[in-house]
Write a protein of this length. Sequence first.
Lengths: 125, 130
Amino acid sequence: MTKRDRPLSPHLQIYKMPFTAVLSISHRITGVVMAVGTLVLAYWLISAAYGPDAYATAQAVLGSVPGRLLLFGWSVALFYHLCNGIRHMFWDAGMGFEIRDAVKSGYITVGAALALTILAWAIGV
Amino acid sequence: MGSDVKLRSALGRARGLGSAREGVGHFYAQRATAIGMIPLSLWFVISVIGLTHADYATLLDWVGQPLNATLLSLTVLTAMYHAQLGVEVVIADYVHGETLKFTLLTASTMAAFLLGAAMVVSILKVAVGV
Ligand code: HEM
Ligand code: HEM
């Protein structure tokens, strides 16, 4: 075969994704996860509207171990997407395009999301 | 950026056309809702933490305050709008068959409206007392 100089898109199974690519797809995944997660929020609000009994059931479901894990996942997704969304909008404003800057802002994003998650659950419990 | 920066030609704007049939409108709305979601989501998280273990009466009191009911509705509606815009992009990227794409786009839009309406009605019902 003749060697072609055109760039190839990454073969996902054999390609080690760079840090910045992992962050990029994570923004999409957390966005979709939260979009589906609004069902939980709707369940909670609708239960409240149906009265004390329905609300007590919802509290029990969400306060159970699987329920808490779900809320924890939801909070991680929100904080990551929030921080990375702000990072996105710096790019929209034309800032931070150098690879070195993108890696640095990526570390800041992950650090801030972790800190917010820990803070929220430390206060909450 | 100055407010005189235009990303669409006059003709494109008049026709509402662009590569995505609607030019920068979608992009702009995604950003505008994202900016709105920054304060709203922080307010929401702080409120939910405050309501942990809240009994029903406490919840009624809290949602009964007009400011809380207003901000909660705004959070829910902004999130649904933003999420719907985002999900549209994801569907457009991954789904190629026209029929399936149309079906999924329609279903996700309807789901967003349904959830948004259900949540706001619930908030109002709790706010005025069940
Ligand atoms: C960033 C998002 C969120 C954070 C940081 C958060 C935080 C917390 C924390 C710290 C607790 C206490 C867990 C425990 O009892 O050990 C909790 C419980 C709970 N949360 Fe959330 N939460 C979030 C989102 C939500 C959402 C979206 C809902 C509604 C759908 C919700 C409803 C509840 C309920 C019903 C409980 C159980 C209350 C109870 O045990 O009495 N939370 N949350
Ligand atoms: C909390 C504040 C939030 C900020 C700052 C934010 C920011 C953003 C930004 C800037 C984008 C565009 C990214 C791009 O062009 O690739 C985006 C996409 C998206 N957001 Fe958010 N968002 C927030 C909350 C939410 C919430 C609560 C949801 C769901 C309920 C959500 C769901 C989505 C989805 C599904 C996408 C599309 C992802 C993609 O195209 O890859 N976002 N967000």
